[in-house]
Design a binder for this molecule. Structure first.
Ligand code: T4K
Length: 367
């Protein structure tokens, strides 16, 4: 039996380098609570990503929860059903009401034209997702938020390193959230971050992720434990050294898929936005009616060959039991998202994917 090919495989630094970092942690006995590696990684990420302030977290989900707390979000929040469940779960955990709005068929992100119609006097924020790292229409969303007095929290879990022109995508909105999970372009095993724009907001977030402590004896609000440990931060610093190569390798894999799949009858590939530097965090394809088999058939066919593609994001979040009874969760309201969720297949993409394995994937799809 030949080896299994998964949708992704994490990049890792040489183990010997990580052992050196571990030795330092063992020597210092500082394991967490904002130690040296933590501080260094925050600084290095600000520089690498081109953002002002970063607060590291133990994962992206806790970062999402904390971002909503940091901005005092209440009432209704407009969001996308076409994402990983953590996006909407973060709203429910904050006692907020998610209002699902349909996506744009091209970008797969919230359709700005439909956002406006969903705004009520209870709406306080918009939580869009840069799905697969493709930028939302940040200008339209920003303008609408300013006009209506709404906060914007971008779930940028997929968008590490993405830029519009020379500007980091993470600089748009009030806050942006990153995930450094094992399956992400940049990983710290588990991890996440909030990108903020002012020193006051960065400080507030840092208090919130440390139970609300401002000093040894003062607790100013009901915070949580969202801190990243020194082991994760040390790994992050090593990962950052090879980021450029990781992104190049991902681009190579994406180019190969494009070369061989573009124009194939029944397969739609995402278009590329001019002036945007993408990170190829996922490689979604969309199986249309005139393909020789349906999406689930292809998913199973690949599996038989030990190729584990994934249907991110099927089912829609709005189809899960805790959301499906919301008025905004109706199929009628989410026609585009429902259609896309029934067509999507994310193909394996990661730096160490060999040409031979990629050819096997493509040949299985085509024949
Ligand atoms: N917002 C968005 C838009 C997100 O996509 C996510 C997470 C979040 C928020 C929340 O961020 P975190 O709290 O997770 O930091 C995965 C990830 O667990 C999740 O982080 C990610 N999005 C989501 C899209 O995908 P699964 O259940 O599909 O992962 P899993 O375990 O099936 O892994 C996929 C494949 O990756 C495996 O078949 C093999 C490979 N793999 C995986 C892991 C965990 C490895 O080779 N090594 C590993 O350690 O959810």
């Amino acid at each position: 039996m030949d080896h299994k090919i998964f949708v992704t495989q994490p990049s890792l630094p040489p183990l010997s380098e990580f052992v050196e970092s571990l030795q330092k942690i063992w020597d210092s006995k500082v394991l967490t609570n904002g130690g040296e590696f933590h501080q260094e990684l925050e600084k290095a990420l600000c520089e690498y990503l081109g953002v002002k302030y970063i607060s590291l977290f133990n994962n992206g989900t806790i970062a999402l929860l904390t971002a909503l707390q940091a901005l005092n979000i209440k009432g209704e929040v407009i969001t996308t059903p076409y994402s990983f469940v953590a996006t909407t779960h973060s709203l429910l955990w904050n006692g907020l009401t998610p209002i699902f709005v349909d996506i744009d068929p091209e970008t797969l992100n919230l359709d700005p034209q439909k956002i406006e119609a969903a705004i009520t006097d209870k709406t306080t924020a918009i939580m869009p997702v840069h799905c697969y790292g493709r930028p939302c229409d940040v200008d339209a969303i920003g303008q609408m938020a300013r006009d209506k007095g709404l906060k914007v929290i971008y779930d940028a879990a997929h968008a590490f390193g993405v830029r519009i022109g020379h500007e980091s995508l993470l600089n748009f909105g009030d806050l942006s959230i990153l995930s450094f999970h094992a399956t992400k372009v940049f990983n710290t095993f588990e991890g996440g971050a909030i990108v903020s724009n002012t020193p006051e907001m960065k400080q507030r977030i840092d208090h919130l992720k440390n139970f609300g402590f401002t000093d040894e004896v003062t607790v100013v609000e009901a915070g949580i434990n969202g801190k990243m440990s020194e082991v994760n931060a040390a790994l992050g610093l090593l990962q950052l050294k090879s980021m450029d190569r990781v992104l190049e390798d991902r681009q190579r894999v994406a180019n190969r898929y494009r070369d061989r799949l573009l124009g194939v009858k029944g397969i739609r590939l995402p278009t590329l936005d001019e002036g945007v530097t993408i990170n190829n965090s996922y490689f979604p394809i969309f199986i249309e009616d005139d393909f020789y088999m349906d999406r689930d058939g292809l998913y199973e066919k690949l599996k038989v060959k030990n190729i584990y593609s994934r249907r991110y994001f099927y089912p829609l979040i709005s189809d899960f039991p805790m959301y499906k009874n919301l008025t905004s969760a109706s199929k009628e309201n989410l026609k585009v998202a429902s259609n896309v969720a029934s067509q999507v297949l994310c193909l394996p993409i990661y730096p160490s994917l060999t040409d031979m394995d990629q050819d096997k994937i493509i040949d299985t799809i085509l024949t």
